[in-house]
Design a protein around this ligand. Structure first.
Ligand SMILES: NC(=O)c1ccc[n+]([C@@H]2O[C@H](COP(=O)([O-])OP(=O)(O)OC[C@H]3O[C@@H](n4cnc5c(N)ncnc54)[C@H](O)[C@@H]3O)[C@@H](O)[C@H]2O)c1
Length: 365
């Protein structure tokens, strides 16, 4: 027998919720009828008016606390899509009302808050699930398949470059440049984009890092108090991850490489190249004794659409499965905690002239 749809409320009706989450929910409600958004809260009046026009039937609130007070009896989950500094208080309030929590990245800005959320999910037996949506990009799923095939052997290092020609911006009606203001964002590009980069390194290097060294800079210190460039090297049991994130590039794209013992994957947005060593006829690769097989693919992943609406359905499948299985603090939640640890230790490293700092790879909460 089909179960009734999950009833959800969205907190924060800005860019990601109006362009990414809500359109995906509406599409899913039409096709699968397993989700329904019944309420929305936003502190900005203009955003509430737009929400009322665009999401017919949803009850609109000025404040998440009033929404929770009036709606929690009917709700199964909240979707937190506000700027990061508000995630913790909203998630804790939702857990106390017995609701599951889907939360945009970064889960929190401070490690002690991430710990509180994992503890609350366990205590109230409700799912905590971060929006780690890059895992759901078709080309990223294809990388996983190549690694799993074993064709390029064991992975020994990865490089992840995220180039952006500007900082990401919020909707015009609220504080468009909040990502450059520490009091709303908790940090610059590492806080904004670091989670995406770090959970991909965990996946590709099949483990969790034990140390980080980082460097960052801000090209407009008179204007903003968060970094616009960030580089880091993470030490894993299997090898190194090299990370470069910039908001001052001349292009918008990702370039990832995954280096294995017998080959490598290179991804440049939708373009994927898989190079594998076919045979070694001489003593040394450097002497040209390898024949390479190179396969090129184009895997449409809509990288230019920053709402990543196409990836949301697959992410929501994971959230729904965690609810069905009672996986309250699953792999995704633990990896969100490890991402927040990494971002904060990387900031410490950068402050201490790139000193290498340790990371805990076990999540205890
Ligand atoms: N996973 C992704 O690919 C992705 C992409 C973009 C944004 N995000 C994340 O989504 C979140 C929101 O980013 P955005 O770009 O949509 O920002 P935005 O500025 O466009 O939207 C934020 C909205 O939240 C509202 N708001 C602010 N504080 C609030 C509060 N306390 N209670 C209720 N409403 C509040 C604002 O009025 C605004 O409408 C951030 O955590 C960001 O990192 C994730």
């Amino acid at each position: 027998m089909a179960s009734r749809p999950l009833k959800g409320a969205v907190i924060g009706y800005g860019f990601i919720s109006s362009k990414g989450h809500i359109p995906a929910y509406l599409e899913r409600a039409k096709k699968q009828q397993d989700v329904e958004i019944v309420a929305i809260a936003d502190i900005c009046e203009e955003r509430r008016v737009i929400a009322g026009d665009c999401v017919p039937g949803a009850r609109i609130y000025t404040d998440y606390e009033i929404l929770l007070e009036q709606e929690s009896e009917e709700l199964d989950f909240v979707d937190i899509s506000t700027p990061p500094v508000f995630h913790t208080e909203i998630a804790l309030a939702a857990f106390k009302k017995g609701l599951h929590v889907l939360c945009e990245k970064p889960l929190t800005t401070r490690l002690e808050d991430a710990k509180k959320l994992l503890q609350a999910a366990q205590k109230y037996q409700r799912v905590l699930y971060p929006c780690h949506n890059y895992k759901h990009a078709p080309v990223v799923k294809a990388i996983r398949e190549v690694i799993e095939s074993g064709n390029i052997g064991k992975i020994r290092s990865v490089t992840l470059n995220t180039f952006r020609n500007t900082h990401a911006k919020g909707v015009n009606e609220w504080k468009t440049h909040w990502r450059r203001e520490m009091k709303y964002s908790g940090g610059g590009i590492a806080m904004d984009h670091g989670s995406h980069t770090f959970y991909l390194t965990f996946d590709w290097l099949s483990g969790y890092p034990t140390a980080v060294t980082a460097k960052m800079s801000n090209l407009e210190p008179d204007k903003w108090d968060t970094e616009d460039n960030f580089s880091a090297v993470l030490t894993f049991p299997n090898g190194l991850a090299h990370v470069c994130l910039t908001w001052t590039a001349g292009v918008r794209k990702v370039i990832y490489t995954v280096q294995g013992e017998r080959g490598a994957i290179t991804v440049d947005d939708d373009e994927m190249q898989i190079a594998t060593m076919q045979k070694t006829s001489g003593p040394d690769v450097a002497q040209g004794a390898v024949t390479w097989s190179v396969e090129k693919k184009n895997i449409k992943s809509d990288w230019m659409d920053a709402s990543h609406v196409q990836w949301f359905n697959s992410l929501f499948d994971g959230f729904k499965k965690a609810i069905d299985q009672g996986d309250f603090v699953g792999k995704e939640a633990k990896e969100a905690y490890l991402c927040i640890q990494l971002i904060n230790q990387a900031y410490e490293s950068a402050k201490e002239k790139s000193k290498e700092l340790p990371l805990q790879s076990e999540v205890s909460f």
